[in-house]
Structure formats: C-alpha cells, structure tokens
Design a protein around this ligand. Sequence first.
Ligand code: NAD
Length: 449
Amino acid sequence: MTTAPTRYEQLVTHPVGKKLAKQLGLPIPPRLSRRDDRPRAVLDPVLVLGDSDGADLIATQLLDWEADVRRRHAELQRVGSIIILLDALEHPRDMSPAVLAAAEALKKLAPGGRIVTVSRTPSATSGALAAEAARGGVEGLVRSLGHEMRGGATVNGIRVADGVSLTAPSVLHALRFLLSARSAFVNGQLLDVAAPGPASPMGERALDGLTLCVTGAARGIGAAISRTLAADGARVIAVDMMGQGVELSRLATEINAVPVIADVTSAHAGEAIADAARAKGHGLDGIVHNAGITRDKMFANMTPDRWDSVIAVNIGAQISLTESLRASGATSDAFRHVGIASTSGIAGNRGQTNYAASKAGVITYVDSLAHELASEGGTANAVAPGFIETDMTAKIPPLRREFARRMNSLRQGGQPQDVAEAVAFLLAPAAGGIHGQTLRVCGQNLVGR
Ligand code: NAD
C-alpha cells in the first residue's frame, strides 16, 4: 500500500509544473516501481561487465534465472541492469576496464534500472596493501554514483568475504534483492556477505513455514512488515499496545496473524510472545523489533521522561525481548533478529539526541549479537530507514517535512513497504551469510554515510 503523492509531487509531475520546476532547478521525484509493478527479479537486458571467472559465474547464474544476459552493450538500445564484477582486483588500476565500460553504457540505463557491483570485502589484515586499496575504492564508486542516478535507477554493491563463492546462496539472494523492484528505496549502499548461507528458496515464498514476530505491528512500517512477511509465506505474531487493539486485530484478521497486546517494555512481553508461538505449535524463527517512538527536544530542554522512554522502547526492549525469548526455549535454531534503526542513529539529527542515541545503540547491538548468534546459525541485522511516509513523520512541521523528503538522491520519502522488503530479505533463510549489517533504506540520504 503506497501513500498518495504529496501536493509538491502532484505539482512538479504535472506537465506545466514540471517545466517550471526544471527552470527553477527544483527536485522532481521519479516514480519508483515496486514489487507489484515489476514482479520479475531482473530487469532485462542485463549487462555483466568484467573479465574475471566471477563474471562468467554470475552470467551463467542469470541465464538460470531466465534473464537476457549480455556481455557488451554496443548492440543494445537500452539496458535494464548492469552488474560490474570487481572481484579479482589486485590494484586500484584494475577497476578501469569494467568501470569504464559501465560508464559508457550508463546513458542507456532504463528508468528504474539497476547497477550492482560485486567485489571482495576489504580486510585490514590481509597484507596485500594495493589490493585492499582497490577493494576499499569500490565503496567510493558506489556511493558517488548513487548520487548521479536518474529516473529511479539505483546503484548498490555486494562485498563477498574471501573464500565465499560468488554463487553462494547469500550472495545470489543479495543480488536478486538489489536487482529487483523490492530494493526501490535502497541506493548507494554496500552489503557484506560473510558466509555462504544455506541453500533455500529465494523470491516470492522465501519465508514459507517460518514463524516471525513483529513489534509495533498495528500501523505504519510495522503493519507493512507484517503484510510483507505474510505475503512471503510466514506465520506472523503481531504485537502492539493496548491503545492500538482495533487496528491490530483488523491487521491480524487480514493476514491471518496472531495478535498480541503488549507493551514491549513490560516484563511480560517476552513471555506473551513465546506463549503465542507455542500456541501455534511452532518455534519462533525470528523477531523484528520495529516498535519505536520519538520524543524530540533540543538537548538543553531534555527531560528525564523524554530521554528514558525513548531509550526504553527503541533499544532497551530490543535487548530484553531477544534475551528473554532466547532464554524461554521458544526460539528455533538459526534465530533471526532484525532491529529497526534509523539514519538519525548514523548521521545524528538536531533535536533527536535521545532518538539517535537509541538507534545508534541498535546498530552496535546487532553487530555484537551477530557474533553470538552465528555459532547457532542465527543472524542479527538492522535496517535503518531514512524519511518514510508514516504517522511518525506526519508529526514533523510541514515545511521541514517537505525539505526532509527531498534530502536524498531519489528526491522523495520512502514507503513503509520499502522498509518491509529489506526486513523480509534479511529474514529469509538464504540470508544466513549476512550478519551484523545495517542496511539503509533511505534513498541515499544526503547526510551520513
Ligand atoms: P509509527 O509511530 O507510525 O508506529 C509505531 C508503532 O509502534 C505504533 O503502532 C505504536 O503503537 C507501536 N509502539 C510504540 N511503542 C510501543 C510499545 N512500547 N510497545 C508496543 N508497541 C509500541 O512509527 P513508524 O514510522 O511506523 O516507525 C516504525 C519504526 O521505524 C520505529 O522504530 C521508528 O523509529 C523507525 N523509523 C521510522 C522512520 C520514519 O521515517 N517513519 C525513520 C527511521 C526509523
């Protein structure tokens, strides 16, 4: 479900308004395609650039996905996606051939097209200094090119740890996600794949048979996450506060979820969720800590109530719930923890010291928890939304809100669905080799990394 275009968007996409906006140099947001507009994973034709063995492996894999794969663009009028293989770099100069071929093809990239780089993860301890400089350089390429994309096209990168095959399940799962319309609001980001991950279904039914809990599920991003997980095959346990009971039960009926009324900061919330999973006769396979609040105030006017409540809901409950669920014995092996963070936790934001402290905590917590869960086959990751159109951002004063929407490379606010897609991607068994990551869903905010 996408929200209606804002008044500004209606104005600058109208033929007369568009002309005026162009003359004045105002941002004109492109229309983004999402999964319903473009259900196929790959936008054809796909140009696979690079002469490494990895390039051949990826091209063969794309043929298996029935994509129209090309290794040269000269004969093409239009290119749907470009994959740049940079997996065998020994020196920064080795980037040239594939990167410059991509630059030549860029003008042919279709609206909503995709560019994905595939390279190796930098490692400070390898001792191969020039190779590490080259690996690190890919980040600069991706982040800068993200700012240059037009027409809703995006560029993102996958970095694969040494020793992990480019056709390992987690690499291919990441590639499918970044090539597809599911990553519409992800731009200029790099995803690290640390381990191969288990061979498991990708795409539409990737969550088949899983039992997953979503907190703050009654509305906004939480409701979109619940709907997306259910659409991808999961049984959902949907948690929200007493005051949201009507919306929660409506959602539960719609997607056949189990509603649980609980305040995530209460001592009994973990028990209530564990009981709901047991009642369904299944172990809990994962949790999405989405419940969150803002209590913005300039720091000089910060009150104990504003500070403590934000810390308690946004990070305290994520820690205590995951701990109590793991201790309850109600969780399955390979437990998945996804924390919802925020770009405010990365770049900071005026008036949001409490919120940014809580969300920066989420990012660090998943990194630490990932090490602990990895030995059991589980993962912990975070998703950091930028400006997303929900009740939370509707509270921002109109002018500031309008400005915040345009502060990213895609020149618009994201939809709750965009965050939900990233969460579903990380919860899929095939994402088992991705952990400790914070995936930003922000249209590439102009602030922060
Ligand atoms: P929202 O205010 O629309 O919805 C939040 C939901 O969480 C509500 O249903 C609310 O009842 C529930 N909730 C709050 N406190 C709770 C508690 N103690 N126990 C149980 N449920 C509780 O917010 P949203 O915009 O959908 O945001 C969802 C998450 O995404 C939050 O963690 C938020 O910080 C994060 N986020 C949102 C944006 C954005 O632009 N909207 C940006 C970055 C991060």
